[in-house]
Write a new protein. Structure first.
Length: 375
């Protein structure tokens, strides 16, 4: 069987080595990685069936062990960078599988690191771990793996560049499809078709809403038929090897008033000024403040509570973004290798980009014209 690794083996060894350093610093014997992104990031193993019970055991030294369902054997053999795995079948008790897999490592396991925020580690499984390993001490490793994922390698950013191209193709197709008499489903179908052909692993737009729903974030497509003068909010959200890039544009169907053109220009200018401040060592609060203070001082909104940046990269549903965000009170700084979706939404007009932090400043990965789209 030919291996289908997403990255060279050296990259996986480096990732695992950094986690093992973190385990030693915490005095832990091993990590139980339950978050699906952690499993794929550290071992390479990926299957569309990741919602089935699976996890990775990362010992403080030596190779990781992947525990997964037996029907995933082909995918674990072809995508996993490491050779050790334990397979369970549907007739097995998953909690027993979990406990026995840990015991079978042959280690005197007394201190175990876990990802308490992982959705795969629910309360029942956590209680089963404690009952099955009564002498073990469990410690939440917090952002040990997530912190590594926030700084992307050149190979990871290359996947995001490809995703950005698919996002641009999706927006171009959506622009053509958005016309009087078309439905939101027509737009979604055109976007999906274009993004898949352009290389996206996943179909479908992100935000796609029209009429009054365009004024509210996270609207999905419906049967609604577009009318002359409608506002349409469209976000294209493709991924390549499940590395994401995305952007938003506001559309007007048929025509836009002078006031609407002026609003779009103001919003794009605010975003341009915020992005221009982004670079290594810059506090995230600096561009975040430009967004908020500009929107409020221009009288565009009475209050503005949305986050303005959030990190994106390897994301597996239901995850919509990485945990690093810019909002009032944030204290982190931008670093080279970080990638973000940065956006604003005011009065139904949304504009956004995916950017990468470079050695000197930042670069847009999404490069569609920055304008109000009038179809």
């Amino acid at each position: 069987m030919e291996k289908q690794l997403w990255f060279p083996i050296e990259e996986y060894l480096s990732r695992v080595g950094k986690v093992q350093q973190g385990l030693r610093a915490r005095g832990l014997d091993l990590l139980l990685a339950f978050q699906p992104e952690s499993v794929t990031y550290l071992t390479g193993f990926f299957t569309r069936g990741y919602s089935s019970f699976q996890f990775a055991i990362i010992p403080v030294d030596g190779e990781p062990i992947v525990v997964c369902r037996d029907v995933e054997e082909y995918y674990v053999n072809s995508t996993c960078a490491f050779s050790q795995r334990q397979l369970w079948s549907d007739s097995d008790d998953k909690n027993s599988v979990m406990v026995n897999a840990i015991k079978s490592t042959g280690r005197a396991v007394t201190r175990i690191g876990i990802e308490k925020s992982a959705w795969q580690l629910n309360a029942a499984r956590y209680e089963a771990l404690k009952a099955g390993l009564p002498r073990a001490e469990f410690s939440d490793v917090g952002n040990l793996v997530g912190g590594l994922r926030i700084l992307k390698s050149p190979a990871e950013i290359a996947y995001q560049r490809r995703a950005a191209k698919a996002a641009e193709a999706g927006m171009a197709a959506g622009r053509v499809a958005a016309k009087v008499g078309a439905s939101e489903r027509d737009i979604a179908a055109a976007v999906t078709f274009a993004m898949i052909l352009a290389g996206s692993d996943l179909p479908g737009p992100g935000v796609l809403s029209s009429g009054e729903r365009a004024f509210y974030l996270h609207g999905g497509y419906s049967d609604r038929v577009l009318k002359l003068g409608d506002t349409v909010q469209l976000e294209t959200t493709p991924c390549v090897r499940h590395y994401h890039a995305r952007f938003m544009r506001a559309m007007k169907i048929g025509s836009a008033t002078r006031e609407e053109q002026a609003l779009a220009k103001k919003l794009i200018d605010i975003q341009d000024r915020a992005i221009a401040e982004v670079g290594p060592g810059v506090p995230a609060s600096v561009p975040d403040r430009i967004y908020r203070e500009s929107i409020l001082s221009e009288g565009l909104e009475k209050k503005y509570t949305n986050k303005t940046f959030y990190s994106v990269g390897l994301l597996l549903q239901p995850s919509g973004g990485e945990p690093l965000e810019a909002a009032p009170g944030c204290t982190w700084q931008f670093e080279a290798g970080m990638t973000f979706h940065t956006y604003l939404l005011v009065r139904g007009f949304g504009f956004s980009e995916t950017i990468v932090i470079t050695k000197n400043d930042c670069e847009r990965l999404t490069n569609y014209p920055r304008e109000l789209i009038v179809t």
